[in-house]
Design a protein around this ligand. Structure first.
Ligand code: PLP
Length: 417
């Protein structure tokens, strides 16, 4: 097979394909495996019932069913959906959002592929620009999205202890002031893998840097604000005229409908719609049709506040308590990133004598699936000490299993630290 460079790279080995393969293999063939690896949302009965009802309503309405599955949407997404969403977001973002600022995509993964390659790589002006990830570790799914192989410039974070066995990462602003040739800045908020919620003042400062370079600040809100609201400390949604906010229906409980939403300045939204047309003609319609009735009368916010957020918060609290108990009972040297949002604990083992990948393999043999931390450090030759001493564990799945899993992790780490 004669492949392009891009073809060879995008079909070769990558962290995200390893992760998806591991997940798929465990789901299909290893029923005993404790799934603390991937980012599948948890099963929340009330939320499932809500979507089941919406699906039934849709199927019972011949006209709506036809318009949902029988016609291509506009490349930017259905006009009436985007108008409703714009009205909803105007209430949430403290500023008037117009439908022409919204583009629907086939998931945030696709939104970011489009945005990263729109702004970074060899430029029309021959400047080779990068996507700046100002605070590693960052979402594994970004790593291989560049048509240009060296798409990212990433910075190691500052590590700030917060209390016994807890810490928080922050951007190192001194490092930022030395940079140029940046095409866009991107942060996940809440962060994957850490659950960090970068503070509003820190975001404002990042936005100022982005403005000084004349580039946008992309905020990946897959877990966040305003929905699905997996937020466990006082935080506000951030949006400015220089911000691109990416949202997703996945963590609300609809990962399979593949629906992402981008809110951006009009000129950028227009380009994304053109990219949509080239890449897939139009975005999938089902997610928009299911979401549409929820945008009225505060239903979406109520679903998140009453069911989605409390579900994950209870799981987070249970896992955190069990992690402290088991790590301390087994004399493990550990610290956990403040779990302020999303569905993960990010755990640092300062005295680990094996690599995080070796720990991951050991745990997989013991039927616990986690993600090795090294995958989340890319776009730098100086990832820092945490890159090989951390794991990410997901708490979205069955609580009994997750609690059994953390005990196995504690026992295993105790053998190698
Ligand atoms: N961004 C982050 C931070 C994620 O964790 C994920 C999925 O896990 C995505 C984006 C991709 O989301 P989607 O399912 O909308 O493509």
């Amino acid at each position: 097979m004669k492949l392009s460079r891009f073809g060879a790279r995008i079909t070769g080995q990558s962290g995200i394909s390893d992760l998806m393969d591991d997940l798929g293999d465990a789901l299909a063939n290893k029923p005993e495996m404790i799934m603390m690896g991937g980012g599948n949302p948890g099963h929340i009965p009330e939320v499932s019932k809500c979507f089941q009802r919406l699906l039934q309503d849709l199927a019972n309405d011949a006209e709506l069913a036809h318009s949902t599955v029988g016609v291509y949407d506009q490349p930017a997404g259905d006009q009436s959906f985007r108008q409703k969403l714009a009205a909803y977001l105007s209430g949430q973002l403290d500023q008037e959002i117009d439908a022409s600022q919204i583009v629907v995509t086939n998931g945030t993964q696709t939104s970011l592929f489009m945005l990263f390659n729109l702004f970074a790589g060899p430029g029309e002006d021959n400047v080779n620009r990068k996507i700046l990830l100002p605070m590693l570790p960052e979402y594994i799914g970004y790593a291989d999205t560049g048509i240009d192989p060296a798409l990212f410039h990433s910075l190691a974070p500052k590590v700030e202890p917060t209390s016994a066995h807890r810490f928080r990462y922050r951007p190192d602003f001194e490092e930022l002031s030395t940079l140029d040739d940046i095409g866009a800045v991107c942060v996940s908020r809440p962060g994957n893998p850490t659950g960090n919620i970068i503070s509003t003042p820190d975001l404002e400062e990042l936005d100022e840097f982005a403005k000084s370079w004349g580039v946008p600040l992309i905020i990946d809100g897959a877990y966040g604000l305003p929905f699905p609201n997996l937020i466990y400390r006082d935080s506000k949604v951030y949006f400015s005229d220089n911000t691109i906010l990416t949202l997703s229906l996945s963590k609300l409980g609809l990962p399979a409908v593949r629906t992402g939403i981008v809110v951006a300045p009009k000129a950028i939204a227009k380009r994304l719609a053109t990219m949509n047309a080239i890449m897939s003609l139009a975005p999938a319609s089902l997610g928009q049709a299911l979401m549409s009735p929820l945008l009225e009368g505060g239903k979406l916010d109520a679903l998140c506040a009453q069911h989605v957020r409390p579900h994950y918060l209870a799981k987070r609290d249970a896992l955190l308590e069990a992690a402290d108990r088991h790590f301390q009972a087994h004399g493990v040297d550990y610290e956990i990133h403040e779990p302020d949002g999303a569905m993960f604990l990010w755990i640092h083992f300062p005295s680990l004598r094996i690599s995080s990948q070796a720990l991951y393999e050991m745990l997989r043999e013991r039927e616990v699936l986690v993600v090795s931390g090294h995958y989340f450090f890319f776009g730098t030759s100086e990832p820092g000490l945490h890159s090989d001493r951390c794991i990410r564990v997901t708490y979205s799945q069955n609580s009994d299993k997750v609690l059994a899993g953390i005990e196995i992790i504690a026992k295993t780490v105790a053998e190698f630290a």
